[in-house]
Design a protein around this ligand. Structure first.
Ligand code: C2E
Ligand code: MG
Ligand code: MG
Length: 713
């Protein structure tokens, strides 16, 4: 029986090629965005890209089918036509999924191409099968296999093009050419596939009443328009995202700059702060070492420690605003009394230091000290009245009064001596002024046994929700009750533990004890989140993640109930260790927080790459909130940026209601500080929460009663 003569409508053939190429272009466009940092956005690109690519290729395939001119009227069954679309979208989804992974090695690329190619071949043959012919289409199986091979090759080419467009910055021309090749290959698959189908001479089409002629044409136009629409949307979406990202980057840069300034300068006086002073001192000492090496005898570095006498009463009696005027004036006078090249810094409160690099032994620091005492002793005019204040100056000289790391402490000790002499004078450092530092003597030895001897405890400080005042989490803070010295601050013994290799043991105790306590609270019916502090040494421990995971399992608590705080300077100091530990912890679902934010050389852009969930704004910013517009601007910028980056913000060291109000106004998520509660023992936490809740309920009830009382009677 002779076969039904077949031919193709040239215009529709061209149309199918165009649509296939266009779909390829849209898919390549989407593939570039599948690996963005924002997982939700990437998932949306994947769905949109799969729909655009699948619908486009399906439309191209059907346009080509429509181009087939048989001598009898034909139509396509709706069910199989729909299935063919599903196959196209599924194959596209698989292709784009493969494109979202790391570049595939050859064997894996071909496995992926096989799967995707099978999908596209299914799209084609389901489309042809939608032509319900009687008698059935006779297939030439060799050509069917050839069609499959072309489909797999087309898929491999598409995948390779995805990787090239994504990973190398090739231009639009390359993308267009790739899209053309992809479209051409898909069309080639179609036309070769059609050659495999033989229609018997007196065939009739049973699905003649299905999708045919105009219906199908309209459907294809709709699909084409759909692809165009999705692609346009994708483009618009991208433009908006780009604008948002570039805006975010600009704000990141400016906030970084302000943070850097802030990290190095005292906001009240604009003098260098302790951090910058320490750096300048180190540099000066290095230069001195070089000078000595060159044989310049007599060169020295002098530190003057300046403390105001009786500043606190001025502050208390006349208020902080007047206190600030005095401090600014003192700063100005100190600056005016130094030689060019000397440094004046403010360490905090009413403490200032001066750094002098002296080329020869002839420079006498006493002259500088006398000048300072005279300058500060002049009356300081303020809006209230003129204030007379004096200062005490301590002098320490390197190398005479070394070692270098004790130089400032020695100048401080000398200042104490000047104060004991009645103030308004200066004193040189002497050996006898440095008393023994009892807390250091033998302390590290005792620390070794502190765990065994049950001298350690965790105290817990509540974190209060900025919106509703509720408490869902606490920070665990380590306490050491020494049998002789009593309470030893973690600021003293944590560095000691780090120096003497005890921090691992201590840290492990903290991890386990905090988890045990959360379990105990659970048993009392209270689900509590706990934050622990990690030291940099712990971050470097290979088994940190495993150890935390085991503690969670042992105490039956969820990973998201534990939050690990890492001080910003630590996180920035050892980027590699931080990143490795962060991703390990994030992987097991433990939340991460950057502590003391704003005190290190923060790179917000770097923070962006860490899987942290929270920033804790350092106490020094919170302290200045009520008085310094600069601190307010920085906190506001940090809160906004953190929110834009998807991070929660905690403010620590909240001590006054004024600070709380400013922070709540700035949309800070959680607040922590003495205003709410000091760190407390574990058994005090739940009663504290209950008492606060009862207070809140009573306050709400009083508020509800108020209108009734004011009703005119
Ligand atoms: P941190 O993690 O920044 O903890 C906050 C510190 O601020 C705590 O001091 C807390 O008592 C104090 N604080 C809280 N609210 C206020 C306030 O309103 N005003 C003032 N002036 N201070 C407030 P603490 O307990 O002395 O801890 C000092 C640091 O020691 C901690 O700073 C943390 O870095 C470290 N640390 C504490 N426990 C551990 C621990 O278990 N492991 C490690 N590696 N470090 C710890
Ligand atoms: Mg902390
Ligand atoms: Mg902190």
């Amino acid at each position: 029986m002779p076969n039904l003569p077949t031919s193709h409508d040239a215009q529709l053939v061209a149309c199918s090629l165009l649509i296939a190429g266009f779909a390829g272009h849209a898919a390549l466009d989407a593939s570039r965005r599948l690996r963005g940092a924002d997982k939700r956005l990437a998932a949306r690109w994947w769905i949109a890209g799969s729909l655009a690519m699948g619908s486009g290729l399906w439309a191209a395939n059907f346009t080509a089918l429509l181009a087939l001119a048989l001598t009898i009227p034909i139509g396509f069954g709706v069910g199989l036509t729909g299935l063919s679309w599903v196959a196209a979208v599924a194959a596209s989804a698989m292709a784009l999924f493969a494109a979202s992974r790391d570049k595939l090695a050859w064997p894996r690329l071909w496995v992926a191409a096989l799967v995707v190619g099978a999908g596209f071949a299914a799209m084609h043959f389901l489309g042809v099968a939608a032509l319900d012919m009687a008698p059935r289409i006779a297939w030439n199986w060799q050509i069917v296999i050839a069609t499959g091979v072309i489909a797999v090759c087309a898929s491999a080419t598409a995948l390779e093009a995805f990787f090239l467009v994504r990973d190398t910055r090739r231009g639009k021309g390359f993308q267009l050419a790739s899209a053309g090749v992809m479209g051409g290959l898909i069309c080639a698959m179609h036309y070769v596939g059609m050659a495999a189908a033989n229609f018997a001479g007196e065939s009739t089409c049973l699905s003649e009443d299905g999708l045919s002629g105009h219906n199908l044409g309209a459907l294809l136009v709709a699909c084409g328009v759909g692809v165009v629409g999705v692609t346009l949307l994708v483009g618009q979406f991208e433009t908006r995202m780009r604008a948002r990202t570039s805006g975010l980057n600009a704000r990141l840069r400016s906030a970084n700059e302000r943070l850097r300034q802030r990290a190095l300068r005292d906001p009240l006086t604009s003098l260098p702060n302790r951090l910058l002073f320490d750096k300048l001192l180190s540099k000066a000492l290095k230069r001195l070492a070089a000078a000595v090496a060159e044989g310049r005898d007599g060169a020295k570095v002098v530190v003057l420690f300046i403390d105001l006498d009786g500043f606190k009463p001025v502050n208390d009696a006349l208020g902080h605003a007047v206190g600030d005027v005095v401090l600014r004036e003192v700063a100005a006078r100190l600056r005016a009394s130094v030689r060019a090249g000397d440094t004046v810094a403010r360490l905090g409160g009413d403490e200032f230091v001066m750094l002098m690099e002296c080329e020869t032994a002839l420079v006498d620091p006493v002259i500088a000290a006398r000048r300072i005492v005279e300058a500060i002793g002049q009356p300081i005019p303020t809006s209230v009245r003129s204030i007379q204040i004096s200062c005490s100056v301590g002098i320490a000289t390197y190398p005479e009064h070394g070692p270098r790391e004790r130089l400032v402490a020695h100048a401080d000790a000398a200042m104490g001596e000047a104060k004991r002499a009645g103030g308004n004078t200066w004193a040189h450092f002497e050996e006898r002024l440095e008393g023994p530092r009892p807390e250091m003597l033998g302390l590290q030895n005792d620390l070794r046994f502190a765990i065994e001897n049950n001298q350690l405890a965790l105290h817990y400080q509540p974190k209060v929700d900025g919106r509703n005042g509720q408490t869902h989490g606490v920070e665990a803070l380590l306490r050491w009750i020494h049998p002789e010295h009593g309470f030893v601050s973690p600021a003293v013994f944590i560095p000691l533990a780090e120096r003497f290799g005890l921090i691992g043991k201590l840290g492990n105790w903290v991890i386990d004890e905090a988890c045990r306590q959360v379990e105990a609270w659970s048993a009392q019916g209270h689900r509590m989140n706990v934050a622990i502090n990690l030291s940099v040494h712990q971050l470097r421990e290979a088994d940190l993640v495993e150890r935390i995971e085991q503690a969670l399992l042992r105490h039956h608590i969820d990973a998201d109930q534990l939050l690990c705080e890492i001080t910003e300077s630590v996180a920035m100091g050892d980027v590699k260790a931080t990143q490795a530990a962060f991703s390990g912890l994030a992987h097991i679902g433990v939340l991460l927080s950057i502590d003391d934010f704003g005190t290190g050389y923060s790179s917000l852009s770097y923070l962006r790459r860490l899987p942290a969930r929270q920033l804790k704004i350092d106490r020094s910013f919170v302290m200045d909130l009520e008085t310094s517009s600069d601190a307010r601007a920085i906190v506001s910028a940090v809160v906004h940026l953190a929110h834009d980056l998807g991070l929660g913000v905690v403010a620590e060291g909240v001590e006054t209601a004024g600070q709380r109000d400013v922070l709540v106004g700035l949309a800070c998520d959680e607040l922590q500080g003495y205003l709410f509660a000091r760190p407390m023992r574990a058994h005090e936490v739940l009663p504290w929460i209950a008492a606060r809740a009862a207070e809140a309920t009573a306050a709400a009830a009083a508020l509800a009663l108020q209108p009734a009382e004011t009703v005119p009677g």
